[in-house]
Design a protein around this ligand. Sequence first.
Ligand code: ADP
Ligand code: MG
Length: 250
Amino acid sequence: MVRAEGVTKRFGTVEVLKGVDLTVRPGEVACLLGPSGSGKSTFLRCINHLERIDGGQLWVDGDLVGYRRQGDKLHELKAREVAVRRRDIGMVFQRFNLFPHLTALGNVIEAPVRVLGTPRDKAREQAMRLLDRVGLTERAGNYPSQLSGGQQQRVAIARALAMRPKLMLFDEPTSALDPELVGEVLDVMKGLAADGMTMVVVTHEMGFAREVADQVAFLDAGVVVEAGTPAEVLGSPRHDRTRAFLDKVL
Ligand code: ADP
Ligand code: MG
């Protein structure tokens, strides 16, 4: 579902990604760990077509990001084609970014109605199923300002799922939450993982990584220093940099 080979990304003269390698198979949950500034968000943004890579190769769902193959030629994607590819990728951020003027239900039906042209009634039915899945049936009519952070984040997850993505990206989805609200969001994510969703999750929640991840990758200074099963990377890290990071967060 995702394959990165030597992906590099510069901002001005600063090389932020210095050759990232990562493979995520369909149905797999990959957790990305690493210190602040190591390039985790930038890498997720590359996967989601929000940044253009400078070197290496990046495939998502079998397609080279940014290009369309025609015969043996590659053509750069037009904005419209990028938009179509991005429909298959859901992204959830640290800040929930809900539309403040729409209810929970309104937030979830917005994209299917506007982007996919789903009839409103049908979109509403699907949205109610998704709100049920994230435990918010009772909150469908509430505005974001009337919801806790954990509830808002669960609406954000339902909103992303409404586009029926093949891949879900999470960028520190619980970092902005009060500690007592973290569990309800992680539980929803565990449910998604159990249902077979392919997920790339940037997180500092080691319990989640240990329990749910098929693969843990440790990113430092723009490279994946090591990747493996949670037992390998968290239990017996091979690199000093991984060990030093884990000593700080565990
Ligand atoms: P992480 O998510 O691991 O904390 P980021 O990917 O956000 O790291 O950032 C990696 C580095 O890239 C940081 O030094 C950050 O300041 C820099 N950076 C990120 N986005 C931009 C940008 N749009 N312009 C310039 N520098 C950026
Ligand atoms: Mg980040």
